[in-house]
Design a protein around this ligand. Structure first.
Ligand SMILES: Nc1ncnc2c1ncn2[C@@H]1O[C@H](COP(=O)(O)OP(=O)(O)O)[C@@H](O)[C@H]1O
Ligand SMILES: [Mg+2]
Length: 356
């Protein structure tokens, strides 16, 4: 049987480059070599596309962040990845902007190559926390109170915005760049003074900022979704951050954050989470995979959908594969399933009429 050539695109221009390298290392390690031939395609932080070995070794994100790399590889044009490598399917393992946001997915659509995960629209909506919340709300999904602030609005009327934050949300609030991940640029503001510092930080990363009411002593519940038109949800899991909230340090550098899988939840709450996760997946028109993250008020149990991650962390200790493992689907089988879903979705699309 001919092996399927799987192009794994990793690295990328975003601040989540190192996390992506760690995710890709695990994928290279666990792709079944009897069925697949892995083709490493690395995007440098500068945006250059590099083809060929060596594949990254299984490392934690913390190791990758601390590591210096020196080897020289062949630079390729992004559009040459199909013609030049003959890949049958692409697995984009890119977190954040220029990878998880529909840009790489758009390139792959133009090249007409099957790829794992959400398409252009689902990726773009899942990347933008402001648009994502609008879409969830339109579907009647639980979203907490929030405001969207553009850079020019803040520049012209910071005082007016601060008044609205105090009145409509109340402190504390979370201030987030609309289009990032890994908690980069996010801070918790407990007072109007904090708000100014938090806005200044977030505006370094985006022109569009989301300010959200803090969910009181939030529990962080997550759920993995897998499938195309009939998506299924895994058992939910819980993250117990080592710090005040699940910031970049707590995610990747601190050893102290823990996960509990399955999450300690009453059966009906777990069922509700799974149902909401599938609805959120459908709302943003995802495909293949997504990790849906919730924030649950510890005392009242009130639950909000925080976000959909269309390319979740993929190291063997990442939540997305771990929640599937706990649901009976081991890591190598999960990779197979995702590749099959990519091929099915592509084949389905080829049947559409392109003329009348
Ligand atoms: N409204 C909120 N209430 C309480 N905690 C929050 C809220 N929004 C974000 N957080 C905390 O900040 C972390 C990062 O926010 P999130 O929206 O998930 O950004 P990212 O896309 O970078 O993961 C969350 O995991 C949680 O710990
Ligand atoms: Mg998050």
């Amino acid at each position: 049987m001919k092996k399927l050539r799987v192009g794994v695109i990793f690295g990328g221009r975003s601040s989540e480059h190192e996390v992506s390298v760690a995710s890709a290392a695990a994928i290279f390690k666990y792709l079944d070599p009897d069925r697949y031939e892995a083709v490493p395609i690395r995007i440098e932080k500068t945006g250059q596309w590099k083809l060929g070995a060596p594949v990254p070794q299984a490392l934690s994100a913390a190791d990758v962040i601390r590591q210096q790399r020196t080897e020289a590889l062949q630079t390729v044009e992004p559009s040459a990845i199909v013609a030049g490598t003959g890949v049958d399917v692409v697995f984009p393992v890119l977190h954040g902007p220029y990878g998880e946001d529909g840009t790489v997915q758009g390139l792959l659509e133009l090249l007409n190559v099957p790829y794992v995960g959400a398409g252009v629209l689902g990726s773009a909506v899942g990347m933008d926390k402001a648009v994502m919340k609008m879409v969830f709300a339109a579907r009647g999904l639980p979203v907490g109170p929030y405001l969207v602030v553009l850079r020019h609005e803040w520049a012209h009327d910071a005082a007016g915005i601060a008044t609205r934050v105090a009145k409509e949300l109340g402190y504390p609030v979370f201030v987030k760049p609309a289009n990032l991940g890994s908690s980069v640029g996010i801070s918790k503001a407990k007072s109007p003074d904090d708000l100014h510092a938090a806005m200044t930080l977030a505006l370094d990363y985006d022109r569009k900022i989301v300010v959200e009411a803090a969910v009181p002593s939030a529990r962080e519940i997550e759920c993995s979704v897998l499938g195309n038109d009939e998506p299924e949800a895994s058992v939910p899991g819980e993250i117990i951050p080592s710090r005040e909230f699940y910031d970049y340090e707590a995610k990747y550098l601190d050893e102290g954050s823990r996960s509990v899988i399955p999450a300690d939840l009453p059966a009906e709450k777990a069922a509700e989470i799974r149902r909401l996760a599938v609805e959120a997946f459908r709302a943003v028109d995802c495909a293949g995979m997504a990790r849906v993250d919730f924030l649950m008020a510890r005392d009242s149990g009130e639950t909000f959908i925080n976000e959909v991650n269309t390319i979740p962390g993929f190291t063997t200790i990442s939540m997305y594969p771990q929640m599937w493992e706990a649901s009976g689907l081991p890591y190598p089988k999960l990779l197979e399933r995702l590749i099959t879903l990519a091929l099915e979705r592509h084949a389905d699309k080829q049947q559409l009429k392109t003329s009348i």
